[in-house]
Design a protein around this ligand. Structure first.
Ligand code: ZN
Length: 397
């Protein structure tokens, strides 16, 4: 019996899920072989770039009838986050499908589903003899889950990327627990700040001036006061977490012995700066907190994302207009927002390319990075049909 298109799609999805491309120390060899096999089955060329050894980037290309026009990038990452297998109902790399059609695996929502949906939509369009104006590039990138490096961060700045001549990109979104499809047009900027407080060491029985601990407390309080203000803003129901700046104390270090006042105490913060905040002003504010908290305090930025302009969701962006229209015609309700975390879209946007984060997953609990991550077969298959409409819409702009 010939396999059906739906059967092929589900089996390709499950085969991809069974490749344990999980952090840390990922070996991407099986992903490369899988993507090359998929390209062959679609009769499309695939390019393999390896700007950093062992961190391959694959691009499957479907040339358009007007290849000189800027192309469409359909991006997805191959890596997945670690699992605690003992907490899972089914082994996380078996892609077990239960009687309801729920496929359990790490990566089923984030985001191996999306790359397979891109490819299966293209398979169907090709079988129907359809040609699109603009060239489509489907990319498979590594290491998104550890900040996109080595991966899209470097690739987006490379000549190989420029050669793809991309005019618009789609990348991952997130599952929606209700009937609304979520679309993301921007991301907050990630700043990781390390504050080092130095002071006079001494005996733990005394009350000396100029201790690291006093400064440490002051500076942490400044960050926490700011955090409380941002948290309070969320009482406004029109604001979501992506609309405000988040601040969290994530690592504290220091001290040698309980009865010794330490010479140094360090505090690390994870900050996600809202897209409407001026970065210079924000940094000035932090420098002011440091100045107020005493001498001998320094700060450094292990991560400091630049300000990236949001993708416009209005009539000035013809790709958005086409995307929206295709969604409207298919009765899809869209909920627009700023993405809570970080994705590779930020690098694509930083390269000046409009990008939308979108995963066609509705009526599904949000289980990315969680135990028992799953995607229902029918939701997955509906996603392919959605891309069968969306890809031609944006590629024929
Ligand atoms: Zn992801």
């Amino acid at each position: 019996m010939q396999p059906t298109l739906q059967g092929t799609a589900v089996e390709n999805f499950r085969e991809y899920l069974r490749i344990p491309s999980v952090h840390p120390n990922i070996n991407y060899d099986d992903c490369v072989a899988f993507v090359q096999k998929q390209a062959k089955s679609l009769d499309l060329p695939v390019q393999l770039f390896e700007p950093s050894p062992k961190h391959p980037i694959l691009v499957i290309t479907w040339e358009g009838t007007e290849p000189e026009k800027p192309a469409i990038l359909l991006n997805g990452h191959m890596d997945v986050v670690p699992v605690f297998p003992e907490q899972w109902t089914y082994p996380p790399f078996d892609a077990h499908m239960d009687e309801k059609g729920n496929i359990y695996a790490r990566g089923s929502q984030d985001m191996k589903c999306v790359n397979i949906q891109y490819l299966e939509a293209i398979r169907r369009l090709k079988l129907n003899g359809i040609r699109l104006k603009r060239t489509i590039h489907v990319s498979f990138v590594p290491h998104e889950e550890v900040g996109g490096s080595p991966g899209m961060k470097e690739f987006s700045q490379s000549q190989n990327f420029k050669n793809l001549n991309i005019g618009f990109a789609l990348d991952e979104g997130i599952a929606s627990p209700n009937n609304d499809f979520l679309v993301f047009y921007g991301e907050r900027s990630i700043w990781h700040i390390e504050i080092k407080c130095t002071g006079k060491p001494g005996h733990g029985s005394l009350l000396p001036d100029n201790t690291a601990g006093e400064k440490f407390t002051k500076i942490i309080n400044r960050f926490m006061e700011f955090r409380a203000k941002e948290k309070a803003r969320l009482k406004d129901p029109s604001l979501k977490i992506g609309d405000v700046t988040s601040v969290n104390l994530t690592i504290v270090e220091g001290g040698v012995q309980r009865n010794v006042i330490p010479k140094e105490l360090n505090a690390n913060f994870d900050i996600r700066i809202a897209t409407d905040v001026n970065h210079e002003d924000f940094e000035k504010m932090i420098q002011e907190w440091i100045r107020e908290s005493g001498e001998g305090i320094t700060c450094s930025f292990p991560e400091k994302n630049p300000c990236v302009e949001n993708t416009k969701l209005d009539n000035t962006n013809p790709f958005w207009v086409a995307f929206k229209q295709a969604c409207d015609e298919n009765g899809m309700n869209l909920e627009k927002g700023i993405f809570t975390g970080g994705t590779d879209s930020r690098y694509v946007r930083a390269a000046g390319i409009p990008a939308i984060g979108f995963s066609p997953i509705i009526n599904t609990p949000v289980l990315l990075h969680d135990t028992d991550e799953f995607l229902n077969k029918d939701v997955f298959l509906r996603g392919i049909e959605i891309y069968e409409k969306l890809i031609p819409a944006v590629a024929n702009v």
